[in-house]
Design a protein around this ligand. Structure first.
Ligand code: COA
Length: 714
């Protein structure tokens, strides 16, 4: 009879005749059980059923004295099948698998390679021994999907490595390397060469010794002292939870971990499982699972020929050593790729490279990088005033001033000096990539690679496909972005591409909310409560209000309040005043009565009546016009998928991952509600651009969602 409490899940219905993804072979008295379920041996229902069958056989078969559990191809089991999680849970569960494993009654040795993660790692924790190939990375990443481990991870890991390490691993979700795991006692041996053969030999030794170590569930030596000092647990938990505002999973993880010191093992397991089921069904986890797949979809470009040559970038060049140029150069250096930075004056070059060095030194001081590593990365960055130096580069990224004449000058010169098959990318954040390509005789080699500031940290790159960009250029740019650790999303050419085009709508909406009576602190509080790490107006102050002011002036546009602030010399944090005021040398935005007066005056000039505006209304007013623009962007084919827009906003603009991105959020709010609101505002403003987009209106009328567009496309 099942000992664990997961009786509320339905029974599995395996398709008869389907080959099992779990195979069995015998090497003398050792059974080798191998999971072979490409691409990552995810633990779906069939794998779980196959494992239970194999463990039962190992228990019953008197000729078997030990079991080696391994994964075929690239990895040991990389966790639960995330795609299965949108359906009701199915028996057998991973807890059932572990129960069967614990009943084998013979040594079970996990042979780990690749990425044993989540449920795969939990199964390994229940084994008697764990061997690993060098380079194996293991851990419990569930928190990144809005979940917690549901098969004993919160109970076995602290018993094996102590609470502090276990909490850090579970709350960060970050994997650890085999070498570190060995140091923690999680891994018995690191094995060079044939892992399974070594595991079989190890099994024979274990059989010969006869005595097994205590199983993880029965060990207590690393937790006993913590029970005597409950304060210590609370302090650890508080330190982790202070950065997880709005998220349910971290709080559940802490509660489940608490069970390891406050409850008997099986009761704690039941509690963990209950939390897991709650989170699995939660909107937060659904959103995070959507983002997991959205991120992977974004890298796929269906219309590219399959047989494109693989291009490997060996050297890079960046034009411009400003904040963006320096950050981009760091991305290449961080990936071990030598990069040349070209500037036009010695002073600008020294300033730019100085900022890069300062940045690396700060990371070293924070403990994020060793001095040797920082030095090695710095050595990969070379500065020059001579554009001829780009001759060797496989990719050149232009990060010069946002002015078409400057871009033309740079691309004209690049055309003369860059090698024939080099990728010529512009980091422009809104200019026409096709126009930028015009002075070259090779527009097929030109595209946009729009990084986000700070470029060495932010993971998004909008890869802008021009009218003439060759498939090979596009594929190489996407591959390069991935190689330097970025999340590339392919977009089309339009003013501001996807992210900034939608962002402009949010800025306009924030202005309107201010004119109608909200204060900057109201707007920012509503958006941080929604989940953004920073309010849009505090963020504008940080970026510098003069930048967007300059862009508006160039286009003959006006933003009543932001422009008035700039006209009063309030450029944001750098001048100590913007939408807020800042104490000397401080970064905390402080409400400023002068700004309030300025807003009231601007509102009066327009004859508007001010009224208080609640947080929910602010969120709707700022997000719905953006979503509307997202619908237009989709309709125009500037973004290929609604989920691409979600990825852009999550990784480029801090949209809360647990809301799934603006288009996923729109689906969760319901498109008819958004259409109704937009219609109301359009009627008030009389501006045709405020009206709901045709695609949005159509989907709402048909009772469909943005997600249904992807379903229709597949
Ligand atoms: N369930 C379902 N599908 C999964 C999966 C999982 N746990 N892990 C990976 N995949 C799929 C991906 O969607 C992708 O499919 P696609 O090729 O159709 O796009 C494919 O496997 C390869 O994954 P990818 O992430 O592109 O490969 P990678 O080599 O860069 O990384 C992993 C491999 C395992 C490290 C990474 O996929 C990962 O972190 N997976 C999630 C692990 C996890 O969270 N497990 C616990 C779940 S509770």
């Amino acid at each position: 009879m099942s000992r664990h409490p997961c009786r509320d899940i339905s029974s599995d219905t395996m398709q008869p005749g389907t080959p099992s993804p779990v195979s069995w072979r015998q090497d003398g008295d050792v059974a080798v059980v191998t999971v072979d379920h490409p691409p990552v041996n995810a633990l779906n229902t069939a794998v779980r059923a196959g494992l239970i069958e194999a463990f039962a056989r190992a228990r019953q078969d008197a000729t078997i004295a030990a079991v080696v559990l391994a994964g075929a191809a690239r990895t040991f089991i990389a966790g639960a099948d995330i795609a299965e999680m949108d359906r009701p849970p199915q028996r057998p569960s991973t807890l059932d698998v572990i129960e069967a494993l614990e009943q084998v009654g013979k040594p079970v040795i996990a042979a780990l390679h690749g990425t044993p993660l989540g449920g795969g790692f939990e199964i390994a924790l229940a084994c008697d021994f764990r061997l690993a190939a060098p380079g194996t990375r293991m851990g419990l990443p569930e928190i990144k999907l809005g979940l917690i481990p549901g098969a004993g991870g919160t109970q076995r890991l602290p018993r094996l490595v102590g609470m502090e390490r276990a909490m850090a691993m579970i709350l960060s979700g970050d994997p650890i390397a085999a070498e570190a795991a060995r140091g923690l006692g999680l891994i018995d041996e690191i094995v060079e060469g044939d892992l399974v053969a070594a595991a079989i030999a190890f099994a024979r030794e274990a059989i010969a010794k006869g005595r097994l170590p205590a199983r993880a569930r029965d060990r207590d030596e690393k937790l006993a002292s913590l029970r005597a000092e409950p304060r210590k647990f609370e302090d650890m938990a508080a330190a982790h939870l202070k950065r997880t505002r709005g998220l349910r999973a971290p709080a559940c993880a802490v509660e489940a971990l608490r069970g390891a010191i406050s409850l008997p093992f099986d009761e704690a397991l039941a509690r963990e499982w209950a939390f897991f089921l709650e989170l699995r069904a939660s909107e937060q986890s659904k959103a995070q699972r959507h983002v997991f797949f959205a991120e992977r979809e974004a890298a796929k470009i269906p219309d590219l020929p399959k047989d494109l040559p693989r291009v490997t970038v060996a050297t890079a060049a960046v034009i411009g050593a400003g904040t963006m140029g320096g950050g981009i150069a760091m991305c290449f250096a961080n990936a071990g790729i030598p990069v040349t930075v070209v500037e036009t004056s010695t002073a600008a070059l020294a300033r730019g490279l100085g900022a890069v060095e300062k940045n690396y030194r700060a990371t070293v001081a924070r403990g994020g990088l060793g001095t040797d590593d920082a030095d090695a990365r710095l050595r990969l960055i070379t500065g020059t005033l001579d554009i001829e130096a780009v001759r060797a580069a496989d990719i050149v990224i232009e990060a010069a001033f946002e002015d078409m004449r400057v871009k033309h000058d740079v691309f004209g010169r690049l055309d003369r000096v860059a090698k024939p098959d080099a990728i010529l990318a512009t980091n422009t954040s809104y200019l026409d990539v096709d126009a930028i390509a015009r002075p070259t005789a090779r527009p097929q080699s030109v595209l946009g690679m729009h990084f986000f500031s700070p470029a060495n940290i932010m993971r998004l790159v909008e890869v802008v496909r021009g009218a003439h960009t060759a498939p090979a250029t596009l594929a190489a740019a996407v591959a390069t972005a991935r190689r330097i650790g970025k999340i590339p999303v392919v977009v089309g050419v339009c003013h501001g591409f996807v992210g900034n085009r939608m962002h402009r709508l949010r800025s306009v909406a924030a202005e309107r909310a201010l004119l109608d009576g909200a204060l900057p602190q109201d707007v920012d509080a509503a958006m941080t409560k929604f989940g953004f790490p920073m309010g849009p107006l505090a963020a504008a102050d940080l970026a510098g209000l003069d930048i967007s002011w300059g862009m508006r002036k160039a286009q003959g546009l006006r933003a009543e309040i932001a422009d008035s602030l700039c006209e009063a010399g309030r450029y944001g944090q750098k001048t100590g005043k913007g939408f807020y005021r800042y104490a000397e040398g401080a970064r905390t935005p402080l409400p400023d009565p002068e700004v309030e007066q300025l807003i009231v005056a601007a509102s009066a000039r327009r004859g508007l009546a001010q009224r208080p505006i609640g947080a929910d209304e602010i969120v709707e007013r700022l997000l719905f016009p953006m979503i509307n623009e997202g619908a237009r962007i989709l309709d125009e084919g500037i973004a290929r998928r609604a989920s691409d827009i979600d990825v852009i906003w999550i990784y480029g603009y801090g949209f809360p991952v647990w809301r799934g991105g603006p288009m996923f959020y729109a689906d969760s709010v319901g498109l008819p509600h958004i259409v109704e609101r937009l219609r109301g505002w359009a009627a008030q403003s009389g501006e045709p651009g405020d009206a709901p987009a045709p695609l949005l209106t159509r989907l709402a009328a048909e009772g469909r969602s943005f997600a249904s567009l992807a379903d229709a496309a597949t």
